[in-house]
Ligand binder design. Structure first.
Ligand code: PAP
Length: 304
């Protein structure tokens, strides 16, 4: 793929561009691998794909689903030694990075992958498979604030920090990695309504308010039902922000081979409503108005 043929827009510093593919803004370093995923990935019926817009709960969902699927083989111990992103690789970041070769599918069942690729780009892949998809989303204001913090952890942000006002403007224009956020969410939301047996849609806030109910539902959806609430509680506890963020591997300042930011950058605060500490009332109203226009008008009463 020749990037020079794609529309591009500046989104951060003077030299940082996002490129438009199929209506979505993508980071240049992932475009080739996204193409490979779209072209070569053939999910097996037993595969589990965790899909999300960035910073909406991916790391948490990875640990929960890994624990649900592998709870009989000491998932808790494995989670204490491995970062959730190393236990559940991201297709376009860790799997299809350098080759067109799909991961070996022989003798493997219940492989778990994640992706930030919008459904609109991945529809042929997902529609042609009976694999299970779990999509997590988060309210737009907390997602924006989490993204802003994450981007500012990049080394180059020391030279030119990403200003919050700029981040807000770009987010509202849909100009963020894998954005527009609203289109990303609605793509999977609609899919979950059309194919409820295959696609499970959950919000960060629902998981926060009632993790027992939703983790139990998730277990049933994935074909790994729980025998009692004690088992569910065990999974919920072992994946809590408090527990995971204290493991050495997740506190590490080292960066993984597959990403430029340290392992600990995936664990910041894990709160609902943190945007109130950063966004003015005026900005909150601006984003809420956009959310009403993008979500509520389509019958999805979420995010304000
Ligand atoms: P990614 O898309 O880069 O993988 P993702 O995991 O989706 O990031 O989002 C990170 C957010 O989830 C962070 O939110 P914050 O910036 O508002 O704090 C991170 O703290 C939060 N997070 C990570 N693990 C957990 C967890 N176990 N429980 C709740 N929130 C979590």
């Amino acid at each position: 793929m020749d990037l020079s043929t794609l529309p591009k827009e500046n989104w951060w510093g003077d030299h940082d561009y996002l490129y438009k593919v199929g209506g979505f803004w993508l980071l240049p370093q992932f475009i080739q691998s996204i193409y490979r995923v779209v072209k070569y990935f053939k999910p097996m019926p037993s595969d589990i794909i965790l899909a999300s817009y960035p910073k909406t709960g991916t790391t948490w969902l990875k640990s929960l689903v890994f624990s649900i699927v592998h709870r009989s083989s000491n998932s808790k111990h494995r989670l204490s030694l491995n970062h959730p992103h190393d236990l559940v690789p991201t297709l376009e970041v860790q799997v299809f990075t350098t080759s067109n070769i799909a991961p070996s599918s022989e003798n493997q069942s219940n492989r778990i992958f994640s992706t930030h690729i919008p459904y609109q780009l991945l529809s042929e892949t997902l529609d042609s498979s009976e694999c299970r998809v779990v999509y997590v989303t988060r309210n737009p204001k907390d997602t924006l604030v989490s993204t802003w913090h994450f981007v500012n952890k990049w080394k180059k942000a020391m030279d030119y920090p990403w200003q919050l006002n700029l981040a807000i403007d770009k987010f509202c224009q849909g100009l963020s990695p894998c954005g527009p956020y609203y289109d990303h969410v609605m793509g999977y939301k609609k899919l979950s309504m059309e194919r409820p047996t295959n696609v499970f849609f959950i919000t960060y806030e629902e998981l926060r308010v009632d993790p027992i109910t939703h983790v139990k539902r998730l277990g049933e959806f994935l074909g790994f039902p729980f025998e009692g609430d004690e088992q569910v509680q065990e999974v919920v506890n072992s994946c809590s922000f408090e527990v995971l963020s204290n493991y050495e591997v997740n506190r590490s300042e080292e960066s993984p081979t597959w990403f430029q930011l340290p392992y600990n950058s995936f664990f910041r605060k894990g709160d609902v409503g943190d945007h109130k500490n950063y966004l003015s009332d005026e900005t909150i109203e601006r984003i809420d108005a956009l959310t009403r226009q993008k979500f509520h008008s389509l019958g999805f009463n979420y995010g304000t």
